[in-house]
Design a protein around this ligand. Structure first.
Ligand code: ARG
Length: 458
């Protein structure tokens, strides 16, 4: 009769519902490749300490490669009793090479095995995320470079504030995401720590060479404490937190672009490739891509918060609760990568309407510049702010723009106003005055592009 790998001390059978409840193979089979890789390295380390002969090592590795090939070819036969990817692979290995397969797990536990697999898996996925994120930043920088001429109102509280360059806005997105790229790179060394050789919890009594294992598997360092090695999932939590932060940035971009794509704003049009229609209203073109970016942010936050709750209150070392690390992590990784790629496509293909942006620039967004004009004449800013505010109120009462006020009107507000006040009412000039580092002037926008390009090059 078929036996569970751990069945020796059991006389009773697992309840079928419990078996299904406990089984993780349906989702952890996506770690099949790293599981085989980990086992091949472990077989080598067992041979180095003479637990396996050279011949046994070779036969085990041969068998493992065959199991790996069955997965890769999509012909691996899952058996009802397979619990997870580790037991499935070991079961199949023993079917192929016989009883010798039972030597592979010497000194190893699924506890150090699964922690190793998950780290290896995430290291691969982190590379994919890094690439997609880099591509998105690059698209933002390239668009910013080619669309420097467009001016639009910059908003605070979603109220028109001051004129800015469209490129300046794109580059603000790029900077947030560029920092996310740094954060990801800083996270990698904490993922890249080898648990294998920690055993179930106390360490490896056959004294396998863990530095050899780390080198074989490409880990940067070795878990220095076996209790920590089997239990640590901070790298999962951190990746979920990092993904959540990336999503807050995507969500902000999505929200801006959704607003800008309304008929009321009309600053941009989303490409058909990233829009969908309405089943009822024939005229509709909806920004579903952007709404999903915004919406999935909540889902990824949920994965993070849920997993932190799984970790909370766990006693030391391995507990089965930790099996709940995979689904949130897999879900976050899949959705994050998709979101980054969609965001890149949306940004690369959207159409910009410079004329509508310009039309939204009303003269009141130059009220700060009006106040600054008087500052240059020696009046304290608190007073000039007040004077400019009164000019705005006067224009509002007359239902005109501040630039339509007569010289006498200005004179009545302050004697320091002279004819050159009308030079202030120039959006391009306003933008160009912001030439301190970080400002929206053309030169400072070009500087940002250069800084970002240089940082992307390494
Ligand atoms: N499937 C398990 C997991 O994902 C593997 C480790 C099981 N270890 C154990 N002692 N039951 O965490």
């Amino acid at each position: 009769a078929k036996q569970k790998l751990w069945g020796g001390r059991f006389t009773g059978k697992t309840d079928p519902l419990m078996h299904a409840f406990n089984q993780s193979l349906k989702y952890d089979q996506r770690m099949h490749e790293v599981d085989i890789r980990g086992s091949i390295a472990y077989a080598k380390s067992l041979s180095l300490v003479a637990i396996l002969t050279k011949d046994e090592e070779a036969r085990i590795i041969e068998g493992l490669k065959q199991v790996g090939k069955e997965w890769a070819d999509g012909v691996f036969q899952i058996q009802p009793d397979d619990e997870d990817i580790h037991t499935a692979n070991e079961r199949r290995l023993s079917e192929i090479i016989g009883a010798l397969g039972g030597k592979l797990h010497t000194g190893r536990s699924r506890n150090d095995q699964v922690a190793t697999d998950l780290r290896l898996w995430l290291l691969e996925e982190a590379k994919v995320a890094e690439k997609s994120l880099g591509a998105l930043v690059r698209v933002l920088v390239e668009r910013a470079d080619s669309e420097k001429d467009y001016l639009l109102p910059g908003y605070t509280h979603l109220q028109r504030g001051q004129p800015i360059r469209w490129s300046h806005l794109l580059l603000s997105y790029a900077l947030s995401l560029r920092a996310d790229l740094d954060r990801l790179r800083q996270l990698v060394p904490r993922i890249s720590v080898l648990p294998l050789g920690s055993g179930a919890l106390a360490g490896n009594p056959f004294v396998v060479d863990r530095e050899f294992l780390a080198k074989e598997l490409g880990f940067l360092s070795v878990a220095e404490n076996s209790l920590w090695g089997v239990a640590d999932r901070d790298f999962v939590a951190e990746f979920l937190m990092w993904s959540s932060l990336v999503m807050t940035h995507l969500s902000k971009i999505a929200e801006d672009l959704i607003i800008y794509s309304t008929a009321e704003f009309g600053f941009i049009t989303l490409s058909d490739a990233y829009s969908t229609g309405s089943s009822m209203m024939p005229q509709k073109k909806n920004p579903d891509s952007l709404e999903l970016l915004r919406g999935k942010t909540g889902r990824l936050f949920g994965n993070m918060a849920g997993f932190l709750m799984t970790l909370k209150g766990l006693p030391s070392t391995y507990n089965k609760d930790l099996q709940e690390d995979k689904e949130p992590l897999f879900d976050t990784v899949d959705n994050l990568t998709a979101c980054l790629q969609i965001a890149e496509g949306v940004i690369a293909t959207l159409e910009v309407h410079g004329e509508n942006m310009k039309a939204a620039l009303t003269m009141d967004v130059l009220a700060t510049d009006l106040a600054d004009y008087l500052v240059r004449k020696g009046i304290p800013f608190r007073e000039t702010h007040h004077i400019s505010g009164r000019a705005v109120a006067l224009a509002e009462a007359r239902q005109c723009q501040i630039s339509d006020l007569k010289m006498d009107d200005f004179k009545a507000l302050s004697k320091e106003f002279t004819e050159d006040i009308y030079d202030v009412f120039d959006f391009e000039a306003s933008v160009e005055r912001r030439e301190a580092i970080g400002g929206t002037s053309r030169k400072m926008v070009e500087r940002q592009i250069a800084v970002l390009r240089a940082s992307l090059a390494n």
